[in-house]
Design a protein around this ligand. Structure first.
Ligand code: ZN
Length: 324
């Protein structure tokens, strides 16, 4: 099959071996897939992954133990879990001690014609979620996860509201901003790219260029979606004492950080990763979130290496890989 393959560098393989589906795994034929920040980190060595990357996808089920799934159009949860460890048994299966992660850790991903996943990971899509929207289910679920982790109405200020800043106007930041807006947060996006901040305008979400920001330790919640260590430093300067920083960035590079503001200001720091697929599918079906505006370009899998270079350019939003 055709596939992108990463080992030291990313390359296109026209005759990569097809995955063999077994032991409850379904075999899926990928329709299209999206390149995200994590993929860009992976080709810089994040997680020490080698294999086929890609975890944002929509596919058709070719074969599965559950015959009702065959022929269905699906998206798939990315954590492949054991179901037996203490974390799985306590309901924290997304943190399974023996997990592999689609296209990220010990499991080949979706930048290929075929991919395999356990049937239990699959979600059949309603017709109201088209292929373009479907590619955003995984990152949108990750955005929805924030609302599972913080209670935005728990301790409102005297005006009865929380003040929330999303740092970063990239792919994930713009999804997070829409999700928080839908939860009635007075959310504001800080970013570097005028065209992306213009999207916020279109969605009636407040935004400010990074250059105009003078951090004042006054935000109840700061969500860092910058993908850089600088973003976390700025978040520490923007959040109020006893406020919350939600960390969405996974950064491969290391940078010395002064963490004392977390202690002095008694900041709560929340790491946030994967989220609820069902809620994301519902939000897309009900058109609560605009994802069509986030698509920058479609690139054929054969040109996947160039597509990565394109996705890495500042200001570029979602690059989709098509399999036709
Ligand atoms: Zn487990």
């Amino acid at each position: 099959m055709r596939a992108l393959f990463f080992e030291k560098s990313l390359s296109y393989h026209p005759r990569h071996p097809e995955p063999s589906a077994s032991d409850g795994d379904a075999l899926l034929k990928v329709r299209q897939a999206g390149i995200c920040g994590t993929d860009l980190e992976i080709v810089h060595g994040y997680m020490g992954f080698h294999g086929v990357p890609g975890h944002e996808f929509v596919a058709d089920v070719v074969s599965a133990n559950d015959k009702n799934l065959v022929g269905q159009r699906v998206v798939g949860e990315i954590n492949i879990v054991c179901g037996r460890c203490d974390l799985c048994l306590s309901g924290l299966s997304s943190h399974c001690r023996n997990r592999s992660v689609l296209g990220i850790h010990k499991h080949d991903g979706a930048f290929a014609e075929f991919v395999r996943l356990p049937s239990v990971n699959l979600h059949v899509l309603p017709r109201t979620v088209d292929d373009d929207a479907a590619v955003f289910v995984e990152p949108l679920a990750a955005a929805c996860q924030i609302l599972k982790q913080i209670k935005l109405d728990a301790k409102p200020d005297s005006r009865g509201r929380k003040w929330v800043t999303v740092l970063g106007d990239g792919r994930l930041g713009l999804l997070v901003a829409q999700v928080l807006r839908n939860a009635n947060c007075p959310v504001r996006v800080i970013g570097k790219h005028p065209d992306k901040l213009a999207l916020c305008e279109k969605w009636q979400i407040r935004s400010r260029p990074l250059a105009d920001i003078a951090p004042r330790h006054d935000q109840d919640v700061v969500v860092d979606c910058t993908g850089s260590a600088d973003g976390f430093e700025l978040a520490m300067q923007m959040v109020r004492p006893r406020g919350v920083i939600v960390l969405k960035s996974t950064v491969a590079g290391a940078k010395p950080l002064n963490l004392s503001p977390l202690v002095v200001d008694e900041i709560t720091l929340i790491g946030s990763r994967c989220g609820p697929f069902r809620e994301a599918i519902r939000a897309l079906a009900e058109k609560q979130v605009d994802v069509a505006s986030l698509i920058y370009r479609r690139v054929r899998l054969e040109q996947g290496v160039d597509a990565f270079d394109l996705a890495r350019r500042p200001g570029v939003l979602k690059v989709l890989l098509t399999m036709e």
